[in-house]
Design a protein around this ligand. Structure first.
Ligand SMILES: Cc1ncc(COP(=O)(O)O)c(C=O)c1O
Length: 367
């Protein structure tokens, strides 16, 4: 099976881990051992901003960032439903009320027009998601946020290597949250990072990461244990160096798939713009005018032929039992339609040219 994603770990990562294991420290009580410190410095440089705060998952990054953005009990937070559930969890854990908002059918990202319609007196923040690794229209979102004095926490969990107007994804947001989960463009097994230009937000994030402490046993606010270990940071330092090559290979595979799949009149291919370069975390196509379970059938057939195609996200968050029961029914027509029609194909750096050809040819035959 050609998996949809694959962590690419080399001897360099293994050596880096062994070195930490032999000499320690393994972690630091206040969150910043030498590896984490260096990783944060390098990650901030990659993201083009002043601060990177490393944590232990992308979910922790989102939760900490939503709290640091000032979301409090009862505040409304605008976010897409067409995302991984962690985006919504972060809002709820912070005490906020998720206001699920429809997507732009061209990009699958939250629609700025739909955001505008959902702003109320109670809105405190917007959490847009760079879905599949394609940057949100951050300038349009920032325009709305400045008019209404809202914080923007960008979920860049899938966007390592994506750009917007020549800058890394997340650059224009108040804070951006990254995941280093094993499937992502770069990984530390589990891990996350928040990047921000703001000294104040970074300071709060560091407190939240370690029990609200700046000094041991003197909590200044409610915190958690969201620390990244030295072992994770050692892996991350090596992976970060490999990121641009990884993304280049993804781009090459995506381009090749585009050229093959253009031959089909049933498929809508993924969008990429000169000023919004894709991270190609997920190469996602849409089976236009799909009826019934046609999309699922194609995904099943691809899997039977050894191609790890996956449909993300078949259940948009607003339709998941917990969210529907807690926040009520909501109609999001573009989200619901996309959830029935999209599926993703493997383009990770471990996919060879011959495999890309096989994926393209097989899909065209099935269609
Ligand atoms: C869009 C999105 N948000 C948040 C997360 C959560 O990250 P993690 O799995 O590292 O907690 C993920 C990845 O899993 C994701 O894809």
């Amino acid at each position: 099976m050609i998996p949809i994603n694959l962590p690419l770990i080399g001897e360099e990562e293994i050596e880096a881990v062994v070195k930490v294991m032999r000499s320690g420290p393994l972690t630091s009580a206040l969150g910043v051992g030498p590896m984490v410190t260096q990783f944060e410095k390098n990650f901030a440089a990659f993201a083009g901003v002043k601060h990177a705060v490393a944590v232990n998952t992308g979910t922790a990054a989102l939760h900490a960032a939503v709290v640091a953005a000032g979301v409090k009990q009862g505040d409304e937070v605008i976010l897409p439903s067409f995302t991984f559930v962690a985006t919504a969890e972060a809002v709820v854990l912070a005490g906020g009320k998720p206001v699920f908002t429809d997507i732009d059918p061209e990009t699958y990202n939250i629609s700025p027009e739909a955001i505008e319609k959902n702003v109320t007196e109670k809105t405190r923040a917007i959490v847009p998601v760079d879905l599949y690794g394609f940057s949100v229209d951050i300038k349009a979102i920032k325009k709305i946020s400045s008019e209404h004095d809202l914080a923007v926490v960008e979920d860049a969990a899938q966007a390592h290597g994506a750009t917007y107007a020549g800058k890394p994804a997340g650059f224009f947001a108040d804070a951006a949250c990254w995941s280093l989960y094993a499937s992502k463009n770069i990984t530390t097994g589990e891990g996350g990072v928040v990047t921000t230009e703001s000294d104040e937000v970074a300071e709060t994030l560091r407190l939240i990461r370690t029990h609200g402490e700046k000094v041991k046993y003197a909590s200044l606010m409610l915190g958690y244990n969201y620390r990244m270990s030295e072992i994770q940071a050692a892996i991350g330092l090596v992976q970060l160096e490999k990121l641009s090559n990884f993304v280049a290979k993804r781009r090459e595979n995506a381009k090749k798939l585009n050229s093959l799949l253009e031959a089909s009149n049933r498929l809508k291919l993924p969008m990429e713009l000169e000023e919004r370069q894709h991270s190609w975390y997920l190469y996602t196509v849409r089976l236009e005018n799909a009826v019934g379970k046609e999309r699922n059938k194609i995904v099943e057939e691809l899997q039977k032929k050894g191609i790890g195609a996956v449909a993300y996200y078949v259940n948009p968050v607003h339709q998941m039992p917990y969210y529907r029961e807690t926040y009520g029914e909501r109609k999001l027509p573009e989200t619901e339609k996309a959830a029935r029609q999209v599926f993703s194909l493997p383009v990770h750096p471990g996919v060879s040219e011959a495999q890309v050809n096989y994926i393209g040819k097989t899909l065209l035959e099935l269609l």
